[in-house]
Unconditional design. Sequence first.
Length: 371
Amino acid sequence: MGLRTRMENPFNKPVSPPREPAKSDLPANWRPRKPPRDWGPVFVFLAAALALVAWWRFKNSNNFSTATLKVNPSSVIQLGHSAVTTSGASADDSSPAAVKSHEITAQDSGKPGDPTLDDEYRDINQQFYGGKLPTVPVLWEERLAEIGPLIAEGFIEKGLWTSRDNHEFILLNTSLSPDAADTRRVLCHEIVHEYMFSIGEKYEGHGPKFQAELLRLSQAGAFEGIPAAEGEKAGLKAWLDNESVRLEGESAQLNNERFDLEQERGAVDREGEELNQEVRELNQRMSTANAQQSGWPSDQEIAASKARSRAHDQKAAEFNQHLTNFNARIANYDSALGNYNRSVARYNLMIAFPDGLDEANAAHAKQPVVQ
Ligand SMILES: [Zn+2]
């Protein structure tokens, strides 16, 4: 505060002119260097906070992309193959998967549905079919897990719609139960099979009419998922992979830049402290000289102090510019990260869309045509 008070009356100009004229020629606008404390903490705080945000975002994005967002290749393969499937197996289909499906559905035929799943079926029927679909029991069936590996490695049989002895029912893989959105998607897929059956389209499978009805349900908001062609999914996946690498590199660079900024800030701050001390001493000497009317600091000494202050101001301005640039980089990074995360969410919804086409691809890739 002492220094700030002095600033209002720099160098305690004497009431009476000093004997040495040079002292009274001190420029009226000369002020002791503005203490760095006025701006230093703000920039330091900003730099630290922004760096912390950058680092946190980086860490968060890492976690997000590897765990939650499921964009690492192994997750995608898993999800890509985990399409919904349905019985579709004709009576004369002797493939291992069909035999297993037959065995499981024979066991479950006639059993009551799960009350919660039955309610969900009833709600979907009411909301999207005006209650006109037949009442069909929906059961959890953990043995569906035995079917997927018979179709393709890593394949997950999520659901099965079956008609036996004029009695239809739906089985859902028990592994879906912790994920309400996935359960809903698979149930809607199986319900479309029921709808096709109910209107006499008994051999539609996952054909165009099935796809059109599934799209109608999706657009009506029956489940969460985005229909997309395989090419669109693959294109987006490739972009996500590249963007993920780019963002990680950018994040590493920002952390390096943050470190450099901290070093620069420290140097500017230390120099500011030294100059503050220098000005305090000059003021003190000026005050003493005014009282004694002798012993003022020399012109050269004051000019040198002013030159050091100007140089310091230049450094502070450069630091300020570096900080501005850093802020802009952070803003760009945040924007790109937001775009990446939205794209990942979109991609996950694309591959979650229960069209059953992945199942067909996986089956064709792994199984020779029987008979
Ligand atoms: Zn299906």
